[in-house]
Design a binder for this molecule. Structure first.
Ligand SMILES: Nc1ncnc2c1ncn2[C@@H]1O[C@H](COP(=O)(O)OP(=O)(O)OP(=O)(O)O)[C@@H](O)[C@H]1O
Ligand SMILES: [Mg+2]
Length: 434
């Protein structure tokens, strides 16, 4: 009996010990699981559960935990990569983007918006849009969009010289995103700089106005003289004089139209210019040949470099000829009878700088910046008398810049002018010269 009792006692003690050990190991495993869960909750997604000798536990539970952690880690990684891509796109786009929370405070701005509004990001973050935008119409429209979800777009001038188009896109925020807010919409504000586009628009309309004005003058003259001829019975000398004027004006109109056609042709073929190696001296001589007669009439000598050797420039032969013709005819036209016009060039490392110089009437310094503009004429009467339209130098500039070169002028009023342009030089001996 005693033995039975001792056995029972020992059995109970054994069971107690086993239960104690089991409960301890379960508790340890639970604590371990709790700790691991906490680690994940704190963002340490690399946490995994391992089985140690002194740490009991359920292997299957650990495996499930590890699978979950793997999955979570991959998903979070993918999401953060996607977020980075979006952030790069947002920061580098040219459209200004401003995100306004439903309480009217700025949540996010990108770099373009910082630049457009000249305000660093710190001065936007969490501020009310009224205090940062400082534009009554815009802020009123934003409030309307926040409250009623009304989209809005308009063009505004933010400051001197900066015109923008603004678009407000209300985004339904709903109670899930912002439970405390009274208004139901966030607003995405998109801002684009349209100053350049406005400038081009203005240039286009100025151009049309200029062309119409330039055409109106000769047309009025021709009509006036023709009417007089028809109505009055005049003598032969007066008749000839009137007819000559009509002829000159018609010539001027013809010049204007062909210059305009030349310009628009140049603009249309801008991207299709196909430069080749061209011998500079050949083209210069060709231009001088064409203008020889006009120069001789006024006893002006045209001088080109002799024995300069062949210099290959990267250009389009007809266009280069046009550049020489325009510069030389100006030099002849704005020179005194009996003077000389010189063509010279400096050979630089990778470029050639070509000069067309005269000892003529020169250009006042305040006009130097403007002579390459379309329709700009310093000597209006002199230019008009020759049928000049003020487009010759604009054509020169257009051609040279589309060939990758530069143009310029140095001049002293009363002493003469030096018009120059640069072109790329080619020195490979096997290039075929045209
Ligand atoms: N070599 C020069 N010397 C002095 N003034 C010049 C010279 N070349 C050009 N100019 C001035 O620059 C203006 C613009 O020249 P541009 O060649 O563009 O027009 P234009 O000669 O008047 O007419 P066209 O379009 O028929 O050439 C001229 O009206 C003239 O006043
Ligand atoms: Mg000219």
């Amino acid at each position: 009996m005693n033995n039975f009792l001792i056995g029972l006692f020992l059995g109970i003690v054994m069971v107690g010990i086993i239960m104690f050990l089991y409960i301890r190991s379960v508790n340890q495993a639970r604590r371990y699981l709790d700790d691991s869960m906490d680690a994940i909750a704190q963002g340490r997604y690399e946490t995994r559960m391992y089985e140690y000798r002194n740490r009991g536990g359920d292997t299957k539970l650990f495996q499930s935990f590890n699978r979950m952690a793997d999955h979570l880690e991959i998903t979070i990684e993918e999401m953060s990569q996607e977020r980075d891509v979006l952030r790069h796109i947002l920061q580098n786009m040219t459209t200004g983007v401003i995100y306004l929370r439903s309480d009217g405070h700025v949540q996010m701005v990108n770099r373009a918006a910082e630049r457009l509004f000249r305000r660093p990001v710190e001065q936007w973050q969490d501020r009310d849009h009224w205090t940062v935008l400082r534009n009554y119409n815009l802020s009123a429209a934003i409030d309307h969009a926040l409250l009623f979800g009304t989209p809005w777009s308009d063009q505004l001038t933010i400051r001197e010289g900066l015109a923008v188009s603004v678009r407000l896109v209300p985004i339904s925020s709903g109670p899930r995103i912002n439970p405390k807010s009274d208004s139901a919409h966030d607003v995405l504000m998109l801002v684009n700089d349209i100053s350049e586009w406005r400038r081009l628009e203005r240039m286009r309309s100025e151009f049309v106005a200029n062309v119409s004005h330039e055409l109106k003058t000769p047309i009025a003259a021709i009509r006036g003289f023709a009417e007089t001829l028809l109505e009055s019975d005049m003598g032969e000398p007066a008749r000839t004089k009137f007819l000559n004027t009509i002829y000159d004006e018609a010539l001027r109109m013809g010049n204007l139209v062909s210059d305009l056609l030349e310009l628009s042709k140049l603009e249309a073929t801008d991207s299709r210019i196909d430069p080749v190696a061209v011998d500079l001296a050949t083209i210069a001589d060709r231009a001088v040949d064409r203008l020889k007669r006009v120069a001789q009439e006024r006893n002006i000598r045209l001088i080109t470099p002799q024995d300069a050797g062949s210099i290959a420039v990267w250009a389009e032969p007809d266009m280069l000829l046009q550049v020489f013709l325009n510069l030389l005819s100006n030099a002849i036209h704005y020179s005194h009878d009996g003077s000389e016009v010189r063509v010279t060039w400096d050979v630089l490392v990778d470029r050639v700088k070509v000069h067309v110089q005269d000892d003529g009437i020169g250009i006042p310094s305040e006009s130097l910046d403007r002579v390459f503009e379309r329709f700009y004429r310093v000597h209006k009467d002199r230019s008009r008398a020759s049928g000049g339209t003020g487009l010759g130098l604009a054509i020169v500039k257009h051609i040279v810049t589309s060939l990758g070169g530069e143009v310029g002028v140095d001049s002293t009023e009363g002493e003469g002018s030096d018009f120059w342009f640069t072109l790329s030089r080619l020195n490979s001996p096997e290039t075929e010269l045209s």
